[in-house]
Design a protein around this ligand. Structure first.
Ligand code: GDP
Ligand code: MN
Length: 377
């Protein structure tokens, strides 16, 4: 989730984060003694027919994005017929342009309360920040930043901190369980070189157990050398696409983390609101750039797309091909303001000229033109 009012690029840093799928994250949690629901995975290739747990069960689409519940990616099946039907629909369902390879099937929980608990790297205090909220679940982003309970952990959490958390949740009866959970989560975070562990919801069951209902985990890519055990389904698929403000006016596509950040900052400095950060990476293919356009179309307020490419390994003509395909395939694509430089620039220019798609010489020209466009609307 994004916390309101963070500066744009400071939070992003230069590190790449591997985003795990929920089942991968939950396995790590479980190995660190954090309670997770009983469950198993199934490949969508062989749609699961028989339920391996007592009904009812929850069927969960394993895609690297949140908000699955609202988009139909999570269903409660109470009968065998429902199980078969939902497994089939969820297997084919595209969620924010992702379709799952794996389904997670879990025992349904008797939910009493849904809480929020996360640990993340806090760059400003150079520590791990704990963030908690009494009202977890799918509407977490609606809560005001001040309503979160937070503290910094520069070393392992103390028993008093666990107690304070229990008090914040109004769960003094679960003080011991929360102290244990905090201690285990902290070691899990450190030992796995995580940059984020977000449990939302942390479910309090009617039976009085605290269980991780969902988990988003990201790991620090640059620590991979000390984790020969890392092998994740979604880890490689990350496109470095980060939403900064889903109501933003300007979407950005750039290559290289530094240039992508500079582009976002330049949009912001020009008085416009950037919607996203995107580093298409070196050697990006036309297909992956097309995927980026599709993600951008999810934003409802974007009125301009600024494309800023300084091609080294990336090739301008590949980007140009994606631009041409996007313009012909995607309806309602906002106006594009494009600056390309570097490898295969001339080839790209020829391709774009043939389609009457203009190029601008500098990023400043792109921003000035985008501003004009937005003032018009
Ligand atoms: P998300 O929508 O991608 O964040 O997926 P979640 O795993 O957080 O599920 C969304 C919502 O489904 C939760 O907030 C719960 O309200 C609801 N839900 C209903 N039954 C269950 C259950 O047995 N387990 C879990 N994890 N969630 C459930
Ligand atoms: Mn969730």
């Amino acid at each position: 989730m994004s916390i309101p009012s963070l500066p744009f690029c400071i939070e992003l840093g230069y590190n790449k984060h591997m985003i795990l799928l929920e089942y991968e994250a939950k396995k790590i949690l479980k190995d660190s003694s954090t309670p997770t629901p009983k469950g198993y995975t199934a490949s969508v290739k062989i749609a699961p027919q028989t339920v391996e747990l007592p009904l009812p069960v929850v069927i969960k689409s394993q895609v690297p994005t949140g908000g699955r519940g609202k988009l139909g990616g999570i269903k409660l099946a109470s009968t065998q017929e429902e199980f078969t039907a939902y497994s089939n629909t969820i297997s084919k369902l595209s969620i924010k342009n992702f379709t799952p390879s794996t389904l997670l099937i879990e025992e349904a929980l008797n939910i009493d309360r849904e809480l929020y608990l996360s640990l993340r790297i806090d760059r400003s205090s150079e520590s791990i920040e704990l963030l908690a909220h009494q009202n977890g679940g799918v509407e977490i982003e609606e809560n005001a930043a001040e309503s979160f309970f937070r503290f910094s952990l520069s070393e392992a959490p103390t028993l008093a901190q666990g107690e304070a958390l229990a008090e914040f949740y109004d769960l003094e009866s679960h003080s011991f369980a929360l102290q244990e959970m905090l201690k285990n989560l902290y070691s899990c975070f450190v030992e796995n070189d995580a940059t984020l562990i977000e449990i939302n919801p942390l479910i309090l069951t009617k039976e009085g157990e605290l269980v991780a209902g969902d988990c988003k985990m990201t790991l620090d890519d640059s620590a991979a050398f000390r984790h020969p055990e890392w092998s994740f389904e979604a880890g490689q698929a990350e496109s470095n696409f980060v939403t900064l403000n889903s109501d933003g006016q300007v979407a950005t596509i750039a290559n290289g983390a530094g240039l992508a950040m500079a582009t976002v900052d330049a949009v912001s400095a020009s008085g416009l609101t950037p919607a996203n950060f995107l580093d298409i990476g070196g050697g990006a293919s036309a297909e992956s750039v097309l995927e980026a356009f599709k993600s951008i179309l999810e934003y409802k307020n974007v009125q301009a797309i600024v494309i800023n490419i300084f091609a080294g390994i990336t090739r301008c003509d590949e980007v140009a091909k994606a631009i041409i395909t996007a313009k012909s395939q995607l309806t309602h694509l906002p106006p594009l303001f494009i600056r390309l430089a570097g490898t295969n620039y001339l080839e790209a220019k020829a391709l774009l000229d043939a389609e009457n798609i203009p190029l601008l010489p500098t990023l400043n020209d792109c921003l000035a033109a985008a501003k004009k466009e937005i003032a018009h609307v």
